[in-house]
Design a protein around this ligand. Structure first.
Ligand SMILES: Nc1ncnc2c1ncn2[C@@H]1O[C@H](COP(=O)(O)OP(=O)(O)OP(=O)(O)O)[C@@H](O)[C@H]1O
Length: 234
């Protein structure tokens, strides 16, 4: 299996006066092509810090992180911009759609940034929102807005879909439909999906679960038979 991300003794420290906060502390892992990984941890455990490292939004204090063979810890800002635009599709808890652009335009905005995008309308059809192409975000439900956000992330045709609490603002049933979509993307395109969450129920659908606590990976659990979203509850 090809490795898409490798972290070696990755640390992020914040100096708060006399105190050093070790937000991420000597974390090592590999994430593979086509894998569905859930990073699970309580509030303050270091999830956002890890997301920022994986997403190329912040640099480590110590250690190494590679995207394939490329050392992100040594990358120039220009190269990190390329990485964020092309390699990673981001899905956040609060959809971050542009309010004065319609559904199709929101998706096309991201395809215009990427070197090798998918067709925006094809992707909208896949998230079952082609009939809402000319609706503005305010005319869509929360679940529909999250599906647009997922379409926007997928349309860039990234290697990795990085999702921060993607169901956090949604009711249970709508959350399930979003997880189904992420599973579908993972299976159809064989792309890596990483979900960062405090929701233990979501762990059951991952190929592997990274349990993080106090800035460390406490354990990694392999699910021999990952469940379908319909089979889990929270
Ligand atoms: N910019 C910062 N300056 C100082 N300390 C920080 C900073 N960012 C995060 N921390 C600290 O690092 C630790 C990990 O924070 P992080 O935001 O990564 O946790 P989290 O698991 O994402 O939490 P939550 O689920 O509540 O968002 C916490 O103790 C936090 O207070």
């Amino acid at each position: 299996m090809q490795t898409v991300l490798t972290a070696n003794k990755l640390s992020k420290h914040y100096q708060m006066g006399e105190i050093t906060v070790k937000a991420l502390n000597d974390v090592s892992f590999e994430i593979y092509e086509g894998e569905f990984v859930v990073v699970l941890g309580p509030s303050g455990s270091g999830k956002s810090t890890m997301l920022n490292m994986i997403g190329g939004m912040d640099k480590a204090s110590e250690g190494e992180i590679y995207y394939r063979d490329e050392p992100l810890h040594e990358a120039t800002e220009r190269r990190l911009t390329w990485y964020r635009r092309n390699a990673i599709g981001f899905v956040f808890q609060f959809y971050n759609l542009i309010p004065n652009l319609n559904t199709l335009e929101n998706v096309m905005l991201s395809t215009e940034l990427s070197d090798h995008p998918l067709d925006a309308k094809t992707v909208l059809a896949e998230v079952d929102l082609l009939d809402r192409a000319d609706h503005f975000p305010s005319q869509l439900s929360g679940g529909q807005q999250q599906r647009v956000a997922i379409a926007r992330a997928i349309a860039k045709n990234p290697d990795i879909l990085l999702c921060d609490e993607p169901t956090g603002a949604l009711d249970f049933t709508t959350g399930l439909s979003v997880l189904n979509l992420l599973k579908k993307f993972n299976k159809t395109y064989r792309k890596t999906v990483i979900i960062i969450t405090h929701n233990a129920g979501i762990g059951k659908i991952g190929d592997r679960v990274f349990y993080i606590k106090d800035g460390r990976i406490e354990r990694i659990q392999e699910n021999e038979k990952p469940l379908e979203p319909e089979e889990v509850s929270w």
